[in-house]
Design a protein around this ligand. Structure first.
Ligand SMILES: Nc1ncnc2c1ncn2[C@@H]1O[C@H](COP(=O)(O)OP(=O)(O)OP(=O)(O)O)[C@@H](O)[C@H]1O
Ligand SMILES: [Mg+2]
Length: 270
């Protein structure tokens, strides 16, 4: 079905997927703002957070920041958080940092810190730890991060942490027990939903980078997408892709509001 629908709309690749290169991103101003402010916090050797709804573009901002930090000056590590306890999380961080992950928790913590410190002193590269899906972190894991970022009794800034997560992360960080880690975060970014016009431009743009010369979505279909997705990128992607497949299956060259309604039923059968 996928090959057929791509040929039908003149696409060389599947549009609306997560697989979008950093050089192909749409230049939403709020996206640039989040990316640049996060980079500025890292350049100041501090930490940052990106907090917004599911499917709003957080991981894409993280990838864009990671792609822009010069390799000669920064060593980046990416961890997708789960709701595990601090020991397991520590092991996960050890793995992505190529640190031996066996042994007792305090030793492991020390080993990771040593690795970060030696990275800076031996190669002059600053370690940056990106924790995606950070709303899933347990409070004791956040407290552990506080220990991980403390070097020489807090007199030396070695590690920057970037937390990306859904709104419950803000609640987690506002707890008294997390004050120390929250203080390290010098910039909080949010990613707002798209407007109706931005949604239309986004859909056209995603079709364009997939190779389509012309977007097949008519105005009523764009209204319908916006009405359902309310500017959420992930929902927009899912609706648009399913609607394209439905239109192609019906051998139609135009995607209409009916296809969006049908796509909604496929996505969320009631
Ligand atoms: N600047 C952009 N240009 C083009 N597409 C984008 C941009 N930002 C995000 N997207 C697209 O929007 C979709 C959602 O983005 P992303 O996966 O980053 O959201 P998220 O907030 O991390 O979602 P979740 O909370 O589910 O992890 C992806 O398909 C991504 O390719
Ligand atoms: Mg994500």
């Amino acid at each position: 079905m996928t090959t057929g629908f791509k040929a039908c709309f003149g696409c060389h690749s599947t549009p609306f997927t997560r697989e979008i290169g950093n050089d192909q991103l749409h230049d939403f101003s709020f996206f640039h703002e989040a990316r640049d402010n996060t980079m500025r916090a890292i350049e100041k050797r501090m930490s940052a957070a990106i907090i917004s709804a599911a499917g709003s573009g957080k991981s894409t901002v993280v990838r864009a920041v990671m792609g822009r930090l010069p390799e000669a000056r920064y060593l980046t590590h990416y961890v997708k958080c789960t709701d595990v306890g601090k020991r397991d999380m520590c092991r996960e961080i050890a793995c992505v940092c190529s640190v031996q992950s066996s042994g007792a928790f305090p030793i492991l913590l020390r080993r990771i810190q040593d690795k970060f410190e030696s990275c800076l002193t031996e190669s002059g590269r600053r370690p940056v730890l990106f924790l995606d899906e950070a709303h899933d972190l347990k409070p004791d894991v956040l407290s552990m991060l506080r220990v991980l970022t403390n070097f020489q009794m807090d007199s030396k800034l070695v590690l920057s942490v970037v937390l990306a997560g859904q709104p419950p992360l803000a609640r987690l960080l506002s707890q008294d027990a997390q004050e120390a880690i929250a203080r390290r975060i010098i910039h909080y970014s949010t990613l707002r939903p798209l407007s109706r016009d931005e949604t239309a431009k986004y859909v056209e743009y995603r079709m364009g980078i997939a190779g389509a010369r012309q977007s097949p979505f008519d105005e009523a279909s764009l209204d319908a997408i916006y009405e359902i997705a309310r500017g959420n990128l992930r929902i927009t992607d899912n609706l648009a892709l399913t609607a394209l497949e439905l239109a192609a299956a019906a051998k139609l060259k135009v995607v209409s509001a009916q296809h969006i309604a049908a796509a909604r039923r496929v996505q969320w059968p009631s």
